[in-house]
Design a protein around this ligand. Structure first.
Ligand code: ZN
Length: 130
């Protein structure tokens, strides 16, 4: 699933869950069609001394039907700290990880999904310079 990286947003805390409010309406990155909120799902961000739970929206394109996950730029994998924590957990360093096994399993899956998504959206293979 492609992601939409939000750069202009604010974060609202409701009962300990953080919601990302986009300041701009989006267009589908595939076809520029209008997007409609389909549902949302939680994603945890582990900081060095606390855990934040974000509720991220999934937007469906009304034109081509593509589904996009909306992510604020602060939780991009290469910027946020949780990746390190998650990777430690996945590599068996469980003593330092506060999460339960089911959570780690979910992280493992989400991390793979996230890597697939962000590769599509964010990263280009390095260009060889002649
Ligand atoms: Zn579209």
């Amino acid at each position: 699933m492609p992601v939409i990286i939000l750069k202009h947003y604010r974060i609202v805390n409701r009962n300990g869950i953080f919601y990302v409010i986009s300041k701009k309406p989006h267009r589908c990155p595939c076809c520029q069609g209008p997007l409609k909120v389909r549902d949302s799902r939680p994603r945890q961000l582990i900081l060095s001394d606390e855990t934040m739970t974000f509720q991220l929206r999934r937007l469906k394109c009304q034109n081509c039907g593509a589904l996009h996950l909306e992510i604020p730029d602060l939780i991009l994998p290469h910027k946020h700290y949780s990746r390190e924590v998650i990777e430690n957990a996945l590599h068996g360093n469980l003593l330092s990880c506060p999460a339960e096994n089911s959570t780690i399993y979910r992280w493992s899956k989400e991390l793979k999904d996230l890597e697939a998504e962000t590769w599509d959206e964010q990263e280009m293979p390095p260009q060889k310079e002649e």
